[in-house]
Ligand binder design. Structure first.
Ligand SMILES: CC(C)(COP(=O)(O)OP(=O)(O)OC[C@H]1O[C@@H](n2cnc3c(N)ncnc32)[C@H](O)[C@@H]1OP(=O)(O)O)[C@@H](O)C(=O)NCCC(=O)NCCS
Length: 403
């Protein structure tokens, strides 16, 4: 019988980080590393499985975020630092951690949990499903030119990284609210991101856009690697680390700014949304290529009735979903979802769906029809079509925040 996980006190957080680091093969936590990570742990709830000798066998961390959903937002948890000691694996530690964490988060009022998975075969059994994906955009600067009028005129301001650390957190959470899947960024997230870059001694630039009132409404954070030619010509690859705009138009203005960086041959941005506006806005759409598409948000709906009521829906006749949640039976049941919202019902089920598949369709990133083709939801074609129209979102879901 695996031990029941406990919530660790702050005195044992460094030990927890050590267990997680070992599981991740990143080695002993040095004082320098801990000076960066302590705040991350302090801002989190850390669950641990304790062994008979009181040592830590496994850990999982969770922190509060706000998750944007179509038409609104919900209180949610970011789940991270999940690791089991090498000598304690495959004996149910992860299962007991996930179960305890899920109960804890539900009791604390989180409507959903979101994580980034190291492997795609671990979390579905706990009710998580892929709710957003991202990819790498590689722009060939010599070919890339925006179509006339594609990007709005925007004033640009170069901000030094230390000042950006004060400025950007103040506006980020407000700017990203209209993108389903976006999450608020905890203070420690900003400090860690910038600290990691500074630790690597990489150059870092922050270029902000301003609205008509001089307020920052977007930014591109980038670094550069030098790729000088054999004859000594100065060349570089610009790597975009963060590109966030209040609207898709502002994001295009930021792309325009990134593509205007002299000496850059290519501009590479990892982790971009699948509907990034750049390729469609280029005169030569092949000048920007999207590659390495993979799962980003693994989402777990902790409180299905509240989650379904929290988002808005498209126009179509209502559909009745029969939801199955093995781990949280209270989530199971029938829900009528229509343009006016969602509520429990006794009506006949039209589409049968598991809770992890419901997480995949919840932000609008996966279609019911596609899951039905894969045998993962059941319903007749007209009911699936209505469900797809209702759950469709204006923008592809994307978090843009790795943790
Ligand atoms: C992945 C990891 C957390 C699993 O922990 P564990 O305690 O060995 O897992 P459990 O014994 O509780 O297994 C729970 C279930 O997950 C499955 N499972 C465990 N590790 C798995 C893996 N790497 N891939 C696929 N399935 C896995 C088990 O087979 C078991 O399945 P079941 O419920 O159908 O019987 C652990 O191996 C680890 O720490 N790995 C390195 C760090 C890591 O990858 N962490 C994940 C962070 S996103």
């Amino acid at each position: 019988m695996p031990a029941v996980p406990v919530v660790l006190s702050a005195e044992r957080h460094r030990e927890a980080a050590e267990v997680f680091g070992g599981a991740y093969l990143v080695g002993p936590v040095t004082d320098r590393m801990w000076s960066r990570s302590a705040a991350t742990y302090k801002g989190s709830t850390v669950h641990a499985v304790l062994e008979d000798d009181d040592s830590i066998g496994a850990v999982a961390r969770a922190f509060d975020v706000t998750l944007a959903v179509p038409g609104g937002c919900v209180p949610a948890a970011g789940v991270s630092s999940v690791g089991v000691r090498a000598d304690r694996r495959r004996r149910g530690h992860l299962r007991s951690l996930m179960t305890a964490q899920l109960e804890h988060l539900r009791a604390a009022g989180a409507v959903a949990a979101t994580l980034r998975a190291t492997e795609a075969t671990i979390y579905e059994r706990f009710g998580y499903g892929v709710a957003s994906s991202y990819g790498t955009l590689t722009v060939d600067r010599a070919r890339a030119r925006l179509r006339a009028g594609a990007a709005p005129e925007r004033a640009l301001r170069l901000v030094n990284p230390t000042a950006a650390l004060q400025l950007l957190p103040q506006v980020h959470d407000r700017l990203v609210r209209s993108r389903p899947g976006a999450i608020s960024r905890p203070t420690w997230w900003w400090t860690n991101q910038v600290a990691r870059m500074l630790d690597k001694d990489e150059p870092l630039w922050v270029l902000c856009t301003e609205d008509g009132d001089g307020e920052v409404d977007g930014w591109v954070v980038y670094t550069a690697t030098h790729t000088d030619t054999a004859s000594g010509e100065h060349r570089a690859q610009v790597s975009v680390i963060d590109l966030v705009g209040a609207t898709p138009e502002v994001e295009l203005a930021l792309w325009q700014a990134a593509m205007a960086i002299d000496l850059a041959e290519t501009v590479v941005a990892q982790g971009r949304p699948l509907d990034d506006g750049l390729p469609l806005a280029l005169v030569d759409p092949r000048a920007a290529r999207l590659s390495a598409v993979e799962d980003e948000t693994w989402l777990r709906l902790l409180d299905v009735p509240t989650a379904l009521s929290a988002r808005t829906y498209g126009s179509a006749d209502a559909v009745v979903l029969g939801v199955d949640d093995q781990l949280v039976p209270g989530n199971s049941g029938r829900y009528r979802v229509g343009p006016d919202g969602a509520e429990r019902t006794e009506a006949a089920v039209e589409v049968e769906i598991g809770v992890s598949e419901l997480a995949s369709v919840y932000l609008g990133g996966t279609r019911f029809a596609a899951l039905a083709t894969a045998g993962r939801v059941r319903g007749d074609a007209p009911a699936l079509r209505r469900a797809d129209l209702l759950f469709a979102a204006d923008r592809a879901p994307w978090s843009g925040t790795y943790f």
